[in-house]
Design a protein around this ligand. Structure first.
Ligand code: SAH
Length: 210
């Protein structure tokens, strides 16, 4: 598997049929997903790991992790319709690659998520509809794992860094993307609007020393 092959494979997955504005259902672009997953893979954060994809939606991030050798992925989302598509996406990549992946689909509010995993990889709501959403996802991710990959608006960079630091996590890596917001929602006018989005790798301080 190469980064390019991963991006192509991920571009063929299905996305939200009727995106729900109140849940901020914007899928991660396949090139950007491949980029962050590839970086995670090179850092040894994917192969053989148990990974949670919180707010998984149609599952692009978790599917990429499975394709790169994750041991098991938990797909968590509040919307059962999205998880139904995620299940179909999993069946599709299994069929195309003649493999069986170990995956679990959990429908429910992320606030109730209660598992210990090696790594969280997530593209949560950016907080446009519910301003507390990004912090709530981060809080849950920190309860679940020592290493977190997460996307947020680049404009919140200082806030995310200091929120992480005050919870004992440091930003070990930061990447910035021109993020396409596809015009799937009624309140958008331009066909593709781009916003600056950051990708963070957060690590619990001292976690790798024990
Ligand atoms: N991670 C996916 C989807 C991103 S959109 C991707 O990268 O493509 C954000 C997702 O968060 C949506 O699927 C939405 O249903 C989910 N979500 C929003 N609020 C949630 C909550 N409180 N608990 C769990 N999932 C939630």
């Amino acid at each position: 598997m190469t980064k390019k092959a991963l991006a192509i494979e991920l571009s063929r997955l299905r996305v939200f049929e009727h995106p729900k504005t109140n849940l901020e259902q914007y899928p991660t672009d396949s090139e950007i997903a491949a980029e962050i997953l590839w970086n995670a893979y090179m850092k040894g954060d994917i192969k053989g790991k148990v990974i949670a994809d919180l707010g998984a939606g149609t599952g692009i991030l978790g599917m990429g992790a499975l394709l790169l050798g994750a041991k098991r992925v938990i797909f968590e989302d509040i919307d059962p319709d999205a998880l139904k598509v995620a299940r179909e996406n999993k069946a599709l990549i299994e069929q195309e690659n003649s493999v069986r992946f170990d995956a679990d689909f959990q429908a429910g509010d992320v606030i109730e998520f209660d598992e210990d995993v090696d790594i969280v990889i997530m593209n949560p709501p950016f907080g446009a509809q519910n301003t507390k959403a990004d912090t709530m996802f981060l809080e849950k991710a920190m309860q679940a794992a020592d290493v977190i990959y997460t996307f947020h608006k680049a404009s919140t960079k200082e806030y995310i860094n200091s929120y992480a630091a005050s919870n004992g996590y440091e930003t070990t890596d930061y990447w910035e993307f021109d993020w396409p917001l596809k015009n799937t929602m009624a309140h958008h006018t331009k066909r593709i609007e781009r916003i600056k989005v950051g990708g963070w790798r957060l690590e619990k301080k001292g976690a790798l020393e024990d």
